[in-house]
Design a protein around this ligand. Structure first.
Ligand code: ZN
Length: 255
């Protein structure tokens, strides 16, 4: 089989490429931040998650079961990429994605719509996670969209981001400033992570091929190059869902 050279691209590059020329159907949501679906304009500046309480429920066995349904428009190879992404959470957290069953009240409907996107957190009922066959079927993009569905926003919109990155507003495409608006995120005491799978790359939404964000104070550190969940992504997921068994010790951070 021919090697897919795109697998070497960072998650941010893949998402931007897939969503750049996106033309949504009339029943598809508005996107903010590049790939975050919102239900109404009123959600634009808020963190929809904190407003509506969007964590997925935990069962008495300590696990968080999240039903998913994969629509039948994916090839078996594409389905395998999605399944690998879903399964990747099991070994490192108490999150368990499992196939939809009759009677499930909340679930992820994994579809190939226009672009890669997800809502942030549990929305109630079936919620679309779009993984377009045109550009979204990579391990990193699957994990990224699932982390949105679990309640996470982009690293560059973290409440403390100004301590860790500088945003170059003058280089951002007109009208795309809102992709960089800070959100009052709960960071679970975890450090800002340049290698988070939720961190876009330096040139995200650039209008002039100049960087839109740079790490500070050292602009030379690796940044926005993730191709899979980082240890910090995993740790904050476990903290958010109180998967105690999987939480890293505080001593592992240099706080
Ligand atoms: Zn995203």
């Amino acid at each position: 089989m021919e090697e897919d050279t795109n697998t070497r691209l960072s998650v941010g590059e893949l998402l931007e490429r897939a969503n750049r020329a996106r033309i949504p159907d009339s029943d598809e949501p508005t996107l903010v931040g590049g790939d975050i679906a919102i239900k109404s304009e009123a959600d634009r500046n808020a963190d929809p998650c904190t407003a509506s309480g969007c964590l997925w429920g935990k069962w008495s066995d300590g696990k968080v079961y999240i039903p998913y349904y994969i629509t039948n428009h994916f090839s078996s190879r594409e389905q395998a990429i999605i399944t690998r992404g879903l399964d990747s959470f099991s070994a490192v957290s108490c999150i368990r994605f499992r196939p939809y069953q009759n009677g499930d009240q909340n679930w992820l409907s994994i579809e190939s719509r226009n672009g890669c996107y997800s809502y942030v957190g549990r929305q109630g009922g079936g919620q679309t996670v779009s993984l377009s066959r045109q550009g979204c079927l990579y391990h990193s993009t699957v994990q990224h969209e699932l982390l949105h569905a679990l309640g996470f926003n982009h690293e560059q919109t973290r409440s403390d981001r100004d301590n860790h990155i500088k945003v170059y507003w003058e280089n951002i495409i007109e009208g795309m400033d809102y992709n960089f608006y800070k959100i009052n995120t709960l960071n679970q005491g975890t450090p800002y992570d340049y290698n988070s799978v939720m961190q876009y790359e330096k040139y995200a939404f650039s209008k002039n091929n100049l960087p839109t964000m740079m790490p500070i104070p050292n602009s030379n550190v690796a940044f926005g190059q993730a191709t899979q969940m980082s240890n910090n992504d995993i740790d904050r997921l476990n903290r958010l869902y109180k998967c105690c068994k999987f939480m890293m010790s505080k001593l592992e951070y240099s706080l």
